[in-house]
Design a protein around this ligand. Structure first.
Ligand code: M6R
Length: 612
C-alpha cells in the first residue's frame, strides 16, 4: 500500500525521475500523490487524485516559476539534487491534497513520505500539539516530520534527528525524509518494503524495483530495523544504533521493457498475453520431459508429512488448487485465508510445511500468517514472484514463480504461474503414476494458452452479457478455485456483483438468485463423474432461464445446454483449470473495458496490500 520513490544525485531530472517512478508505483495506491525536492529550500507539491493531476500541478507551477523566475511555495523551482515522492492508498483520513504525502514540519524544512501505519500516532500527535506543533492533515504519518523538527531544533544532525524520530514510532513503516539544506535522503524500514537502487552517479530508493528499473538493475534490499542514507552516487546502510552494515548488491533479472505497456491499452491485457512466456519461464530447467520428473533446487530434500497453505485473494485461489493437488497424492493439505490463520489449528506433526503463496511477497496478512507458522516452529516456503521480497527473506525456502513484473492490480499471469508452481511442488513431493502425462501437459500449456488467446470469443461473450444483474461462476474439484477466481476478477475490475461456488452448492441457496438476468459461467472439462454432475447443474440453471456460458473442452455435452461456449484445448484434468481461467480473465477484461472501468487501477484497491 502506498508507493515511495526517492533519488539523490540526478541534478537535472530529479523531478522526472520521481514522477515516472510514481507512475511505476501507482499500482500500490493511487488516491493522491506528491513530491518534495530539496535544493537549499524545500519545494513540495501534492494533489488528491491520480498522478496525472500531480503532473499537471507541477507543470503549472513550473510555468509560473519560469515566468517569475522564482520558486513558488507550492511546487515552484523544481530543480534539486535530492527528491522524494509518494503515491497514497488512504488509511488515515480521506484522499485530499492535505492528506497526500510528503508531509512537512512547522518550519516547512523537513519533508517525509511514509508507507505503513504509525500505531501510536494519536499519543505522539497530542504530545507534539501540546508543545505547539501545528498539524495540517488527518494522517498518522505527519507526526514524523514534527518529531524530526524537534530534534533538529535541539541541535541534532539530520541523521540523529531522523533516527530518534523513528525510535519513537510503533507500527509499520517505510520512511524517506529530506530537509531543505542537506543533500542526503534518509530512509528506514520496519514491516514495509524498501529497496535501494545503486546507479553509477545516483542512488535511488523505492517501495519496489520497477520504480527505478529504467536507471539501474542493481539493488540493495533493506531489512526491518535498517536505516539508509542516500547521496549523490553513494549509499550506506546502518542499524538502529548507526553501526554500518555490510549489505550485498544484487542484480534483478527484470528489464524495463517488462514494466512498460508495450502497445497494449492496459497492463492487465498485456499481462494476460504474457502468460505463454511466463509459463515457459516457470518450467524452464525444472522439468525433465523424458523422465516425466520435476527437479526444483530450492525444494531439494523436502518431504513434509502435511502442508498448510496461507494466502489472500487470487493467491488464495491458487493455494486452494495446490492443496487439492497434494491431497490427491495422499498428503494432508489445507489452504487458509492468511487473515484467518491465527485461528487455524497448528499442524500436529513436527515435519509439516507452511506455504505462503504471495505474488508480491509483501502482503501483510500473508507475512503475518507465515510469522505465526515460524512461532509454531514449522518450516516455511515462500511461493512468490518477487526476488528479495519480505516473504523470501523471512521464509526457510523460496519457490519463485518467475512470472515477471505484474503491474495491473488484477492478478492474472501470476495465478497461472502459481498454479504451475503448485504442480511443481506436488510432483516433487510425490510419485504419481501418470507423472509423465502431467509433465507433458505442463509442457504443452504455454502453447495451448497462446492458442486460446488467439481464438478466444471472450469479447463477444462480454458484449452479449454486459448488462447482467449479477454473475455466477461454478465448477467442481480443480475448477472450484477457478470459479472463485473468475468471480473475483470480474467483481474487482467491473464493479459488478459476482460470486463463485462449487457447482454442487448452487441448489443449496444461490439458485434463489438465478434469473434470466444472471449469466452463469460453468467450468466443465473431461467427461468424468464431476463433469457429468456439473452438466446436471447447468441444466438446472438453464431450466430457470439463466443464460449459461460453458467454459469447456467440448468432451462433455455441456455446450449443448449453453447459450455461449468458450472453448479450451483438451489437456490433463489437473491443467485444465489454468486454461479455463484464462478465458475468464478475458471475459472480465472485456466487460470492464466496455464499461469504461479503470482496469489497471480499480477503485479502492491496491496491488500490494501491506496493512492487515
Ligand atoms: O501479492 P499477493 O499475491 O499476496 O496479493 C494477494 C491479493 O491481494 C491479490 O491476489 C488480490 O486479490 C488481487 N488484486 C486479485 O486480482
Amino acid at each position: 500500500m502506498c508507493g515511495i520513490i526517492g533519488c539523490a544525485g540526478r541534478t537535472d531530472d530529479t523531478l522526472d525521475v520521481l514522477l515516472s517512478g510514481l507512475e511505476g508505483l501507482e499500482y500500490r495506491g493511487y488516491d493522491s500523490a506528491g513530491v518534495a525536492l530539496a535544493n537549499g529550500s524545500l519545494d513540495v507539491c501534492k494533489r488528491e487524485g491520480e498522478i496525472e493531476r500531480l503532473q499537471r500541478a507541477v507543470d503549472d507551477s513550473l510555468d509560473g516559476a519560469d515566468e517569475s523566475d522564482a520558486g513558488g511555495s507550492d511546487g515552484g523551482g523544481h530543480r534539486g539534487p535530492v527528491g522524494i515522492g509518494h503515491t497514497r492508498w488512504s488509511t488515515h483520513g480521506p484522499p485530499t491534497d492535505a492528506n497526500a504525502h510528503p508531509h512537512t514540519d512547522c518550519t516547512g524544512d523537513v519533508a517525509v513520505v511514509h508507507n505503513g501505519i504509525v500505531e501510536n500516532y494519536e499519543e505522539l500527535k497530542t504530545e507534539l500539539q501540546a508543545r505547539g506543533h501545528e498539524f495540517e492533515s488527518d494522517t498518522d504519518s505527519e507526526v514524523v516530520p514534527h518529531l524530526v523538527e524537534e530534534r533538529l531544533a535541539d541541535g541534532a544532525s539530520f541523521e540523529d534527528a531522523f533516527r530518534a524520530a523513528v525510535g519513537r514510532l510503533e507500527g509499520s513503516y517505510a520512511l524517506a525524509a529530506v530537509t531543505a539544506d542537506t543533500e542526503a535522503m534518509l530512509a528506514a524500514r520496519s514491516d514495509s518494503p524498501l529497496v535501494v537502487g545503486v546507479g553509477d552517479d545516483a542512488a535511488y530508493l523505492a517501495s519496489d524495483v520497477p520504480a527505478f528499473l529504467e536507471y539501474t538493475d542493481r539493488v540493495v534490499y533493506l531489512e526491518d530495523g535498517e536505516f539508509a542514507r542516500l547521496e549523490s552516487g553513494s549509499w550506506t546502510v546502518t542499524d538502529a544504533e548507526g553501526r554500518p552494515l555490510d549489505k550485498s548488491v544484487s542484480r534483478v533479472e527484470w528489464d524495463a521493457e517488462e514494466t512498460a505497456k508495450s502497445g497494449y491499452d492496459h497492463y492487465m491485457l498485456k499481462e494476460i498475453h504474457e502468460q505463454p512466456r511466463a509459463l515457459r519461464k516457470a518450467l524452464r530447467g525444472r522439468v525433465d520431459e523424458l523422465a516425466g520428473s520435476v527437479e526444483v533446487a530450492s525444494l531439494a530434500g523436502l518431504s513434509p508429512s502435511s502442508v498448510q497453505f496461507v494466502a489472500c485473494g487470487t493467491s488464495y485461489h491458487a493455494a486452494l488448487y495446490g492443496a487439492q493437488l497434494l491431497r490427491e497424492e495422499g498428503i494432508p493439505a489445507q489452504a487458509f485465508l492468511a487473515s484467518e490463520y491465527a485461528t487455524a489449528p497448528a499442524p500436529v506433526d513436527d515435519d509439516a510445511l507452511v506455504v505462503g503463496v504471495t505474488q508480491s511477497g509483501e502482503t501483510a496478512d500473508t507475512l503475518s500468517a507465515l510469522r505465526e507458522a515460524h512461532r509454531r516452529g514449522v518450516e516455511t516456503l515462500a511461493m512468490t514472484n518477487v526476488v528479495g521480497s519480505t516473504a523470501t527473506r523471512e521464509c526457510d525456502r523460496t519457490l519463485l514463480i518467475r512470472a515477471g513484473p505484474e503491474i495491473g492490480v488484477a492478478a492474472t499471469k501470476t495465478f497461472s504461474s502459481q498454479a504451475v508452481a503448485c504442480n511443481l511442488l506436488a510432483s516433487t513431493l510425490t510419485d504419481r503414476e501418470d507423472a509423465r502425462e502431467v509433465v507433458g501437459a505442463l509442457r504443452d500449456l504455454p502453447g495451448q494458452v497462446q492458442e486460446l488467446l488467439d481464438d478466444s470469443r471472450a469479447g463477444q461473450v462480454a458484449d452479449r452479457f454486459l448488462d447482467g444483474a449479477g454473475y455466477f461462476f461454478v465448477g467442481r474439484g480443480h475448477h472450484h478455485p477457478v470459479a472463485l477466481e473468475g468471480a473475483l476478477k470480474l467483481k474487482e475490475i467491473t464493479y459488478k456483483h459476482a460470486e463463485g461456488f462449487p457447482a454442487g452448492e448452487l441448489k443449496h441457496g444461490p439458485l434463489a438468485l438465478v434469473t434470466d438476468e444472471t449469466p452463469v459461467f460453468a467450468l466443465v472439462t473431461g467427461d468424468r463423474e464431476q463433469a457429468t454432475k456439473t452438466v446436471g447443474n447447468v441444466k438446472e440453471v438453464e431450466a430457470r432461464g439463466a443464460p449459461v456460458v460453458a467454459v469447456t473442452d467440448g468432451v462433455s455435452d455441456a455446450g449443448r445446454y449453453a447459450d455461449e461456449v468458450l472453448e479450451i484445448p483438451e489437456t490433463h484434468p489437473r491443467v485444465a483449470p489454468v486454461l479455463a481461467n484464462v478465458q475468464l480473465q478475458l471475459v472480465a477484461y472485456h466487460v470492464a473495458d466496455k464499461l469504461g472501468r479503470s482496469i489497471d487501477k480499480p477503485r479502492n484497491l491496491a496491488k500490494s496490500v501491506t496493512v492487515e
